[in-house]
Design a protein. Structure first.
Length: 262
């Protein structure tokens, strides 16, 4: 039995699906990405997305694109898109799985749906190769906290937690018994004395009030030189092509911090 023809008009309604559609689809297949795909703060492929069509994820816009594949429709839109499903349009949901295994599963799912399974396998091989090139994990079981604006701490079973584990760090949220996302006062975080604090790259300059809080002298005093690590938010929003870049940046900064302590 011949394989089904690849979709000709693909609409992504999910920020993480955007990244995979850009990486795996023919440009001619892309009928619409989300508006976030062009945002360099959120999208790993923001530059590539500038020349690609996008929607604001409304059902009306999706219907106007006449898609034959819709990826990651939000719950508020699914009911309105039922007529498309009734006409045979494929509605693909993405699994909610973080970490390398979940990333690979999602890549294969999207690549197969786009009609390019070979591209999916090449992307997976590239991610594995990039991770192997990073070398031995430099964290050596030391603790780290991923601390966000407004005092949010990222917990276990998250993409960032998986990245920490891959470079040999222990997420301090696990020791504190914290859920996937919770708020913790700056003073309490400083008292836990994590070996490293990881924040978004945009907080480096403390360009707004919440960013300045993360750069508070109290937190700096609790850390050794170079132990404040930074990753661009665009590398931590979704797994996929950005995953090895984020892991490599973490590993590089940890090694630099260790060099400063010699």
């Amino acid at each position: 039995m011949p394989a089904p023809a690849p979709p000709k008009r693909v609409v992504s309604l999910n920020m993480c699906a955007d990244q995979l559609v850009i990486a795996l689809a023919d440009t001619s297949q892309i009928a619409g990405l989300t508006e976030w795909a062009r945002d360099p703060q959120l999208s790993f492929y923001a530059d590539r997305a500038k020349s690609l069509p996008f929607t604001h994820r409304s059902a009306e816009e999706v219907l106007e694109r006449h898609p034959d594949l819709v990826i990651g429709a939000p719950y508020r839109t699914k009911d309105v898109l039922n007529p498309l499903k009734a006409r045979g349009v494929t509605m693909l949901d993405l699994p909610r799985k973080d970490g390398l295994d979940g990333t690979e599963e999602t890549i294969r799912l999207v690549a197969n749906a786009l009609g390019h399974p070979d591209r999916g396998e090449r992307l997976i091989a590239s991610i594995r190769s990039q991770l192997a090139d990073i070398g031995p994990p430099p964290g050596r079981g030391r603790t780290a906290a991923y601390y966000q604006r407004q005092g949010y701490l990222t917990g276990t079973d998250t993409l960032v937690d998986d990245m920490m584990h891959r470079v040999g760090l222990v997420n301090i949220a696990a020791r504190l018994g914290r859920p996937a996302l919770s708020q913790i006062p700056l003073e309490q975080l400083a008292l836990t004395r994590p070996d490293f604090v990881v924040t978004e790259d945009g907080t480096r300059a403390g360009e707004d009030r919440s960013g300045a809080m993360i750069r508070h002298p109290l937190l700096d005093a609790a850390l050794a030189p170079g132990h404040h690590l930074y990753i661009p938010q665009a590398l931590t929003v979704c797994g996929g092509p950005a995953y090895p870049r984020a892991v490599a940046m973490l590993a590089q900064q940890i090694r630099h911090a260790d060099h400063l302590m010699r």
